[in-house]
Design a protein around this ligand. Structure first.
Ligand code: XMP
Ligand code: MG
Length: 176
């Protein structure tokens, strides 16, 4: 058990299980991208630990860059849009792999995919540590998924609860 702010979380997925699974995803990527030079686009903050563990297991020649998504900002025509902050490289003809911590409703990833595809890459795939299939509102093709999890709030291994918990070396879940 671990208490963060006002909530108590219980152990969910151990560090060993997480890192074994990430190594499996890495070896799939190594096979799939053999002879190519993937461009890893890491979405901060949540994906930082997942990304570092993943790329340590990927000996391919590759680029790794880090972006943030702005907080939601309303525009009259499109509603809530999150802009990509910090992307300086050109993605034309690149084989992009987006690295995310979690795909929950999928709304964030749906927008991100549209914005990345407008930049003209050769291909785009997604690697996400976690996915909540029961919460999905926008179906998305997720090529590399660490764990499919129930629709419950999780922290640790990069994911936070109100700013805390990202440094936990395992995943914890809020009991139902
Ligand atoms: P959507 O719903 O757009 O959400 O797929 C994506 C973002 O919501 C956050 N999120 C979580 N963060 N524990 C967290 O710490 C969770 O269980 C959780 N579910 C969603 C996260 O920032 C993700 O990028
Ligand atoms: Mg996130």
């Amino acid at each position: 058990m671990i208490t963060i702010h006002d909530k108590t979380f219980t152990p969910f997925i151990s560090q060993e299980t997480i890192e074994n699974r990430i190594a499996e995803l890495a070896s799939q990527i190594n096979t799939d991208y053999e002879g190519r030079k993937p461009f890893f686009l890491v979405v901060l903050n949540g994906a930082f630990l997942f990304a570092s563990e993943l790329v340590k297991n990927i000996p391919l020649s590759c680029e790794i860059t880090f972006v943030r998504l702005s907080s939601y900002s309303q525009t009259e025509s499109t509603g809530k849009v999150r802009q990509i902050i910090g992307l300086e490289e050109t993605l034309t003809d690149r084989d992009v792999i987006i690295i995310e911590d979690i795909v929950d409703t999928g709304l964030t990833m749906h927008q991100l995919l549209q914005q990345i595809s407008d930049l003209g890459p050769n291909s785009i795939e997604i690697a996400t540590l976690l996915h909540k299939p029961d919460a999905i509102k926008k179906p998305i093709d997720l090529r590399y998924v660490g764990f499919e999890i129930p629709n419950r709030f999780v922290v640790g291994y990069g994911l936070d609860y109100d700013g805390l918990g990202r440094n936990l070396d395992a995943l914890y879940v809020l009991p139902e």
